[in-house]
Design a protein around this ligand. Structure first.
Ligand code: AMP
Length: 426
């Protein structure tokens, strides 16, 4: 028995790795704020109905992927598998439609899906996303696409590519659905078993199937573009025109459908090349029908979500290194009992002055302390030994160039800036 390990499909993010996450999160917050989006934090679990109603019963998440349990009060609870339905629930519950519209929100945090774990697929994973609620303007669709692109570009991803489609609206999608079903009727036997069940419940999802058999049956399938009503067509053309006016290239992909039923009109994915089949770093679109499905008033809205683990993989596959962990400014090494008390004072003084400082606690030899400090990637070691203490002094060792100098303790306590910021070899 090797003790308890983390549950299957979950991952610890350890120091050394966590700095990459913090870097990514900082960029998300900064870019979102730059576009006027404000952060919202919703609970990690919700009433199951929110996702059953919000996502649509025939989508993959509801079919098999939800972490659902009954709590001690006999209520059915689900760990959130995605962020959009909770944001819409919060918008309705807190009557955010009463404030200036549109309401621009972003979120960032863990999501939970009971999936078969594999490379890049976890049961607890992380997403960030934006949701703009209360606007049907195609400029808003364009804006959310730009937010996604800006974040990815600031992270250093290259050769990003936008795929666009329109999924129509309750006026035109049913006609397409019928057209699609007519086309597939004679081809059902050739579809995979999942798509055979999708045929009745959610045939549009079949377009997205990655199985070779299904892809083959789909050659020559009718395209939704030919079924769009004038309003959806006009909306879609404007989104394209706005993107073009900014010099953003995109390709139209009539097979692009989002897994969730509540999408209307624009759907999009941002693709990072070089990652095989799992190359979408963000997916989103317009979901004008969701608020009503959640029992609220009609609310046009658009947004996207991006998988953060997937983003890190995309950066890695493009050979991009996120900046290294921030270094500690100082490690206070102490030798002897009275040096420990003085070291404590020095460490506190350094932190009060805004320096990041750690201190020796284990009573190790100086050599061992220097080695430990080296591993922590510190810039300076402040050495306080019995001898130095006798002279009311300490030694500052620059770990980058090995230079050392003795300094009065008083100066270290009162004005450490000069000592730690200057280059010792100067
Ligand atoms: P979705 O909400 O399914 O549209 O997914 C949006 C983003 O979340 C995509 O970039 C996915 O890579 C990511 N994602 C979805 N499911 C998982 C998972 N189980 N593990 C890691 N990332 C995921």
């Amino acid at each position: 028995m090797s003790g308890i390990s983390a549950p299957r499909g979950t991952k610890d993010i350890l120091p050394g790795e966590v700095e990459k996450w913090q870097y990514m999160e900082d960029i998300v917050r900064r870019v979102c704020a730059g576009y006027g989006y404000r952060e919202i934090r919703t609970p990690l679990f919700e009433h199951t109905e929110l996702f059953q109603r919000g996502i649509g019963e025939a989508t993959d998440i509801v079919e098999k992927e939800m972490y659902t349990f009954t709590d001690r009060g006999g209520r059915s609870i689900t760990l959130r598998p995605e962020g959009t339905a909770p944001v819409v629930r919060a918008y309705l519950e807190h009557k955010l439609y009463g404030s200036a519209q549109p309401v621009r929100l972003f979120y960032l945090g863990p999501m939970f899906r009971y999936e078969r774990p594999q490379a890049g697929r976890y049961r607890q994973f992380h997403q960030f996303g934006v949701e703009a609620l209360g606007s049907q303007d195609p400029l808003m669709d364009t804006e959310t696409i730009l937010v996604a692109l800006t974040i990815f570009e600031e992270l250093g991803l290259e050769n990003l590519h936008i795929e666009l489609n329109s999924m129509g609206c309750p006026q035109c999608r049913p006609r397409y659905r019928e057209g699609l079903k007519d086309y597939l009727k004679g081809r059902l036997d050739g579809l995979c078993s999942v798509c055979q069940t999708r045929y009745e419940l959610n045939p549009v999802r079949i377009l997205d199937c990655k199985e070779d058999a299904c892809r083959k049956e789909l050659e020559g399938v009718p395209e939704i573009g030919d079924y769009l009503c004038p309003e959806c067509r006009g909306h879609f053309e404007l989104v394209q025109r706005y993107l073009t006016s900014l010099g953003r290239s995109f390709s139209l992909n009539p097979r692009l459908v989002r897994g969730l039923d509540y999408y209307t009109k624009t759907v999009f994915e941002v693709i990072a090349p070089g990652m095989g089949a799992q190359n979408a770093v963000a997916g989103g679109g317009r979901y004008d029908g969701l608020a009503e499905e959640c029992g609220g008033r009609e609310t046009p809205a658009v947004g996207f979500a991006a998988g953060m683990e997937r983003l890190l993989l995309a950066l890695e596959s493009q050979g991009k290194e996120l900046p290294l962990p921030r270094e500690l400014d100082a490690f206070v090494a102490v030798v002897g009992d009275s040096a420990r008390t003085m070291g404590l004072k020095v460490a506190v003084a350094l932190r009060q002055r805004g320096f990041k400082a750690a201190m020796e606690t284990e009573g190790r030899s100086l050599r061992a302390q220097l080695k430990a400090a080296d591993r922590l990637l510190v810039k300076h070691v402040v050495i306080i030994g019995e001898e130095e203490l006798g002279r009311s002094a300490a030694i500052i060792r620059n770990m980058e160039d090995g230079g050392q100098q003795e300094v009065p303790l008083e100066q270290l306590l009162e004005a450490p800036e000069r000592l730690l910021l200057q280059k010792i070899s100067d």
